[in-house]
Design a protein around this ligand. Structure first.
Ligand code: NAG
Ligand code: NAG
Ligand code: NAG
Ligand code: NAG
Ligand code: CA
Length: 517
């Protein structure tokens, strides 16, 4: 393993006196980086100065082009992480630089440079870096018998992208960055957590959305959910357990009927899904009714009971919190409930646990999750409450999770908070770690709730203030000591709602929602 014990050895040709001022000679300085920069285990592939509001071609198989918002120097580079692995990355260095460094994460089993957030970070004047996480594309086959590629994915890519990205930033602007940040959601949220646990010096401030932590369990939980209802029926295969899409709409309406108003407001948003004790019995077909789009068979009701229960393992320990009721509307559930094996989950188990591309998942169960636990490829699990090193060096961590997340139950973020709290023996993590729960938001964004709070490009409100933008909020916290009490989000129809930090609850007072213990 080559964990990059790096020596800083750049020929610093481009030092400027005082504040960096952009445009003058920026193109020359950018082009000059190519060939003049010597970085450990790193090859500069290309540098190009790009005038703002341009579309540029991109390498790799993920997307053909990317938008460049503001004038910047684009540096494409590759870091060799072992004899059999490497990380491709890009640094976008805007003319107007705030002095801040920002590293980005990935999604799913990716494999894809996050161009949307390179665009977003650069437009907010961060020197922004993103990588391909050690492989191209979203197919899990790349991990098959490739332990080094797996290490890049599990912990190494974000570390090297930040170590080298900071050196490129310094070489270009002629001075070190002031503070460094990380932004990611889903797999990016897990990468964020891994960074804080294993590389606490890498970032001063971290934003972790819907973190895919306790990874083997999460992936195993998804596959287990899928065994409850099985594949869709076909002419030659009956499946009385399967719940077709239109019946899911009926289920969604019944859950809203039972639980929407628990929070005091009938708005199709269940503020606290954990308070919803959904009773599917009300949907059982009676009398002459046959199971169709308006009622359910006993077998289907039993499937629903299982889906909305937490999953426990062979040893009786919790594997994963339950699926959030209220999530199944608007076709939201279809990715997992369509009956087709969820590709991320199937690939992970095929190529890192079973080492068998033809594995038959029809009997997937708790024994398989126990096997994944025992293998824990490249230490992927990321379920550890000891953030003391990150806390003690002054790091600030903001997590958020939509309560209508169709892929990762929001209860897991509460569970992680509680784990850190008990591990560090801190009754509240307020001094360095805050978790904002976002009612009515799906995975990482979208949904009927007030989901726009700057967590990704495209999720900004009219106000780019730290009260309304989680990235700017962590900046304020790190640089001015101003911690966010609430996170104000904006919905698609322009309504604002203040999201509460756990363990506070969002309580309706007859006129508005307030955050209370
Ligand atoms: C480097 O970037 C420029 C500008 O986008 C492009 O024209 C050129 O083909 C690139 N060269 C390589 C080797 O990728
Ligand atoms: C479902 O079954 C009930 C009772 O058998 C019937 O009244 C209703 O029209 C059916 N709905 C559909 C969509 O077939
Ligand atoms: C699959 O390969 C990994 C890595 O070599 C190994 O740890 C694991 O035990 C293998 N899985 C099985 C089921 O043999
Ligand atoms: C907020 O920031 C984004 C950068 O992503 C920018 O596009 C937008 O115009 C800004 N909005 C305001 C009101 O400044
Ligand atoms: Ca409600």
């Amino acid at each position: 393993m080559l964990l990059l014990d790096l020596v800083w050895s750049v020929s610093q040709l481009f030092r400027l006196g005082g504040q960096f001022s952009a445009a003058d000679g920026a193109a020359d300085r950018c082009n000059a980086l190519n060939g003049n920069l010597e970085l450990p285990d790193t090859t500069i592939l290309n540098t190009s100065y790009i005038a703002g509001q341009t579309t540029v071609p991109t390498p790799g198989s993920c997307q053909p082009s990317a938008n460049v918002p503001v004038s910047l120097c684009r540096v494409e580079f590759v870091i060799t992480t072992s004899d059999s692995s490497s990380v491709h990355a890009e640094a976008w260095l805007p003319d107007e630089w705030s002095g801040r460094f920002l590293a980005l994460g990935n999604g799913g089993l990716g494999g894809c440079i996050d161009y949307d957030n390179l665009d977003y970070g650069a437009s907010l004047h961060f020197a922004t870096v993103a990588s391909d996480n050690g492989h191209d594309g979203n197919d899990g086959k790349v991990f098959w018998n490739q332990p080094e590629v797996l290490k890049d994915f599990a912990f190494r890519a974000v570390h090297v992208e930040s170590v080298i990205g900071k050196q490129i930033t310094e070489a270009y602007y002629g001075r070190k960055h002031d503070k460094s940040y990380f932004l990611g959601c889903s797999t990016g949220g897990r990468q964020a957590t891994r960074a804080a646990l294993s590389f606490p010096e890498d970032f001063d401030g971290i934003v972790a959305g819907a973190p895919a932590t306790d990874f083997n369990h999460l992936i195993g939980w998804v596959l287990t959910q899928q065994t409850f209802f099985g594949p869709p029926p076909s002419p030659d295969r009956r499946n009385p357990n399967f719940i077709p899409p239109d019946l899911w709409d009926t289920v969604a309406e019944e859950i809203l009927a039972q639980c929407d108003e628990l929070d005091g407001v009938k708005d199709r948003i269940i503020t606290e899904p954990d308070a919803c004790e959904f009773r599917p019995e009300s949907l059982i077909c009676t009398g002459a009714m046959t199971a169709n789009s308006t009622c359910l068979s006993l077998a289907q009701v039993e499937v629903l009971r299982k889906i909305y229960r937490p999953l426990y393992g062979l040893d009786g320990q919790l594997i994963y919190p339950r699926y959030d009721p209220g999530t199944e509307g608007d076709g939201n559930s279809q990715a997992v409930f369509s009956g087709t094996l969820f590709p991320i989950s199937a690939d992970w188990y095929k190529y890192t646990i079973f080492n068998d591309s033809e594995h038959d998942f029809s009997n997937f169960g708790l024994k398989d999750i126990a096997l994944a636990d025992s293998i824990n490829p490249a230490g992927i699990s990321t379920f550890d409450g000891d953030l003391s090193a990150f806390r003690d060096r002054g790091g600030k961590f903001i997590s958020y999770h939509g309560r209508r997340d169709q892929l990762i139950p929001s209860g897991n973020s509460k569970r992680v908070y509680d784990l850190i709290s008990s591990t560090l023996q801190m009754p509240t993590l307020d001094p360095f770690y805050r978790l904002f729960l976002v009612p009515g938001m799906t995975h990482c964004g979208l949904g009927p709730g007030a989901w726009k709070f700057g967590q990704v490009g495209g999720a900004t409100s009219n106000e780019n203030a730290s009260t309304h933008n989680v990235l700017l909020a962590v900046v304020d916290w790190v640089e001015s000591g101003v911690a966010p009490d609430v996170m104000v989000g904006t919905s698609d129809d322009g309504k604002e709602r203040a999201h509460c930090r756990y363990p506070q609850r969002s309580v309706w007072d007859g006129e508005k929602f307030n955050c209370r213990r």
